[in-house]
Design a protein around this ligand. Structure first.
Ligand code: HAM
Length: 421
């Protein structure tokens, strides 16, 4: 006896289907084009890595590592994890493949699925996609400005102009400890009033308290010291130079000293791009500098900076502004009878050879039902082929948008029409 079982995609994971997929593809195409024009080359690291790679770089006390990683044991008992983000993998790839021996700076982009076991909600998934970039080798704020400018250029290419760029500097290993102490003394004596998570954060990494979404913690951090007031000379100069470069590039931005990112590897510059049209999960892209990570992974001392764009959120914004139309077949070939069916297949393949989308009607079905299907597909032209047309070496054509129609030599098709009949 056979039994059937119905399966559903896992919670927080979903299929990406037409017509949405066309928006995805156009985003990916624009990313490839723009990032290439800035000298970024694609890399494709694996989706699964040793768990330690993420715990070490993202940080033991971050939400991602504490709560959100998909971690398993493989058959040999090794702990492996689905990547929750791309930076750690690209840094491993950079060190492992000795890419630091190539002329500096080395600039890479990547795209693909990331996995975080978060509570799913609008704009937040457990499998989500990022397009990210990482630039290795330049400590200069000019590189930060170039990366931000590239992000703006990319978003503008997609027609997204009214997004907010927020930047911050969270200092370096010299000045951040001083700031952390200032934060601890700000909250000291009131640690018990913070939420449980922030109670722990107070000891482990008080910066995280600034990121907490619990109402009580938000209220308690009013008037907290600001990181930008604690930057050392080097960090301050770097940040001021970046702000002036961004101004010079005409990038409108605001400085948000409360923006601490949810990953521990950052040094100095951090940034987020947000939209008012996305609800609670409003960050479309985010990134920053991580000048220590390559060295921590056993490579030479190499400063780096990058960002990642959340594809689902970007696609949502593009769908709201309805700028990308799904492609439609250029030509639908309706054939009547066996001979025409055969001829239609040859004609379709010849036209497809020119890179055009051609559909053919179902063999044996009536002209009426083939026309209905062409209509449903929104084909631009229908070619009608029957015995008479084959005998005379012609094709009847019809343009569905305005019902214009005519007849033309088969050999001249489709060029005659596409040039404009
Ligand atoms: P992140 O802020 O964790 O940074 O993620 C970047 C973007 O990915 C977010 O702004 C958001 O658009 C999207 N995203 C994150 N989590 C989810 C989710 N659960 N569902 C949907 N979208 C999500 C990073 O991942 C860093 N690796 C960025 C970076 C690159 N920093 C330096 N280089």
């Amino acid at each position: 006896m056979s039994s059937t079982e119905r399966y559903q995609a896992l919670k927080g994971m979903r299929d990406i289907l037409p017509p949405d997929i066309y928006v995805w593809q156009s985003v990916e195409g624009a990313a490839r084009e723009i990032f290439t024009s800035y000298g970024f080359q694609e890399v494709r690291p694996p989706v699964v890595e040793a768990t330690g790679l993420f715990t070490r770089s993202i940080g033991e006390n971050t939400d991602i590592v504490e709560k959100e990683m998909y971690t398993f044991q493989d058959k040999a008992g090794r702990s492996i994890s689905l990547r929750p983000e791309g930076t750690a993998s690209v840094v491993r790839c950079y060190v492992e493949n000795h890419l630091h021996t190539l002329p500096s700076p080395q600039k890479f982009y990547y795209s693909g699925p990331m996995f975080r076991y978060e509570r799913p909600q609008s704009g937040r998934f457990r499998q989500f996609y990022q397009i990210g970039v990482e630039a290795f080798g330049s400590p200069h704020p000019e590189m930060d400005a170039e990366v931000l400018s590239m992000l703006r250029h990319f978003l503008a290419r997609l027609g997204l102009r009214s997004l907010h760029f927020q930047v911050n500097s969270i200092g370096c290993e010299d000045c951040r400890p001083v700031y952390k102490e200032a934060l601890r003394s700000f909250f000291s004596g009131r640690v018990g009033d913070l939420c449980g998570d922030c109670g722990r954060r107070y000891d482990q990494n008080p910066l995280r308290i600034l990121d907490c979404k619990v109402e009580r913690c938000i209220e308690m951090r009013a008037g907290a010291p600001r990181v930008t007031d604690y930057l050392c000379g080097g960090c301050k100069t770097h940040f001021e130079r970046l702000l002036s470069l961004l101004g010079g590039l005409g990038i409108s931005f605001s400085v948000n000293p409360d923006m601490v990112r949810g990953l521990d590897y950052y040094t100095r510059t951090t940034f987020e791009v947000t939209s008012e049209n996305l609800g609670a999960q409003n960050a479309v892209a985010a990134g920053g500098r991580y000048d220590r990570l390559v060295k921590e992974f056993g490579g030479p001392d190499t400063p780096a900076i990058g960002f990642a764009i959340g594809m689902e959120r970007l696609v949502e914004l593009l769908k709201q502004s309805a700028q990308i139309a799904a492609p439609v077949p250029e030509i639908f070939i309706a054939a009547i009878g066996e001979r025409a069916g055969h001829e239609g297949l040859l004609l379709a393949d010849r036209i497809r050879g020119k890179g055009l989308w051609v559909e053919t009607g179902e063999a044996g079905s009536s002209l009426k039902s083939q026309m209905r299907r062409a209509d449903r597909l929104s084909a631009k032209y229908v070619f009608i082929l029957g015995d008479d047309e084959i005998d005379s070496g012609t094709v009847k054509w019809k343009r569905l948008a305005d019902s214009a129609h005519g007849e033309a030599p088969m050999a001249a098709m489709p060029d005659l029409l596409l040039k404009g009949p």
